[in-house]
Ligand binder design. Structure first.
Ligand SMILES: Cc1ncc(COP(=O)(O)O)c(C=O)c1O
Length: 390
């Protein structure tokens, strides 16, 4: 259709003009850290496989054994014939780790968020959401048709003010936030949010995609403070530190029962393949047995922030905010010429004017590569300071 192609070409031209056109770059991941792109071997600092479990021999063996025994796919929605016995084991393990009564696995983290929120709140209700929350938390909030009120990043005082003014007008209220912010690496102020949630009878929900396995002794953001924080809705993904694919919600028994009945992305979607469930079970077992290994990504991120003078890392994610999209692209290209892969993150993934390099650290990064990266980043920062000096 000519009109379709013309319309799309116009949209793409706008993206091109603002350096926001993205393109897929074929990349072969050789192990947890090294990749091959364009015929070159690069060390990657932009992968969420924080513990390199996607490559771990015992986890691969668990997935292969599950494929050999049960086949590749799960065949149907879990409510029809796709509820493989492995799911019960995975959900029990997730619930134990997160300190909840129950859990529910989803096809992905994105599916989890877009299913959970509309199952719990609707048209009359209120959702308060951190402005920097992940796109799928936003999608879930919007799909719910509740009144969605964003609050400034990690601003618990603003949450209180919003609850004070608006809570009484809505039968139910949800406070939604990333536990670890995916593009900034900082932690949400969960102790304060939890206290407010209790005071105003609001339900606190965290997206802990980047917390599970790597902070709070591997148990995630609710466990990263001086005392465990009560978070009744702990969502996360199996695609980052767990190394596979899939999402989950840890919550009470009745909440999970309702999710089984009302979350459309659970009811009307095919269950995860048994191999992914088996891999996640093996990965969670490894994280529980080896807390020292699970702590390594944060230790490595902290050694990078120490070497570069950047604010101390709170998670394995460290941002270097560059500003304009073209400057972030140039910085990324420069690192690539040095054999280092760090993708530039541009709007709309991050707010306009805050394009950045987002470094992620894994247990397997050699210290020598972190030192080399830090030296290059120090040079970039020095050049930036020089050019900013009148
Ligand atoms: C904070 C956050 N939430 C949710 C997701 C989506 O999870 P999934 O990739 O499992 O769909 C991601 C990343 O992809 C994420 O970074």
């Amino acid at each position: 259709m000519q009109s379709l192609n013309d319309f799309v070409a116009g949209k793409l031209a706008v993206l091109d003009r603002s350096n926001l056109h993205r393109a897929l770059a074929e990349t072969e991941r050789l192990d947890g850290v090294w990749v091959e792109r364009g015929g070159r071997r690069l060390v990657s600092f932009c992968c969420n496989d924080y513990l390199s479990l996607s490559q771990h021999p015992s986890i691969k063996a668990a997935a292969i054994a599950a494929i050999e025994r049960y086949g590749v796919g799960s065949g149907a929605s879990r409510l029809v014939t796709g509820n493989h016995p492995l799911f019960g084991r995975l959900e029990a393990q997730l619930a134990r780790l997160k300190g909840t009564a129950a859990a529910c696995a989803f096809g992905s983290g994105y599916l989890a968020n877009t299913g959970i929120i509309p199952a719990l709140v609707g048209q009359d209700d209120l959702v308060l959401i951190d402005e920097l929350s992940h796109a799928c938390l936003w999608t879930g909030a919007r799909l719910s048709r509740a009144t969605v009120r964003p609050f400034h990043h990690s601003d618990a005082a603003e949450v209180e003010a919003l609850l004070h003014v608006h809570r009484g007008r809505h039968p139910r209220a949800l406070i939604a936030t990333d536990g670890v912010f995916s593009m900034d690496g900082d932690l949400a102020p969960l102790p304060q949010l939890s206290a407010l949630a209790k005071r105003y009878d609001a339900w606190l929900m965290t997206d802990d995609a980047h917390g599970l396995g790597v902070i709070g002794g591997g148990r995630g953001s609710s466990f990263a403070f001086s005392a465990p924080v009560e978070v009744p809705l702990q969502m996360g993904t199996l695609s980052k530190a767990i190394g596979g694919y899939g999402g989950y919600l840890c919550a009470s028994d009745p909440v999970i029962d309702l999710i089984h009945n009302r979350a459309r992305t659970f009811v009307y979607a095919t269950g995860l393949p048994p191999a992914m469930v088996a891999a996640a079970l093996a990965a969670l077992g490894l994280i529980e047995r080896e807390p020292g290994y699970a702590a390594l990504p944060l230790t490595k991120a902290r050694s990078f922030t120490r070497l570069t003078g950047l604010p101390e890392a709170q998670s394995p994610i460290v941002p270097l905010i560059v500003g304009k999209a073209d400057a972030a692209l140039a910085a990324s290209r420069q690192l690539e010429t040095e054999g280092i892969l760090v993708t530039a993150i541009r709007p709309p993934t991050v707010p306009a004017g805050t394009a950045r390099l987002r470094f992620t650290f894994t247990a397997a990064h050699p210290d020598s590569e972190i030192e080399r990266l830090a030296a290059l980043v120090r040079k970039m920062l020095a050049r930036h300071l020089e050019s900013a000096t009148p």
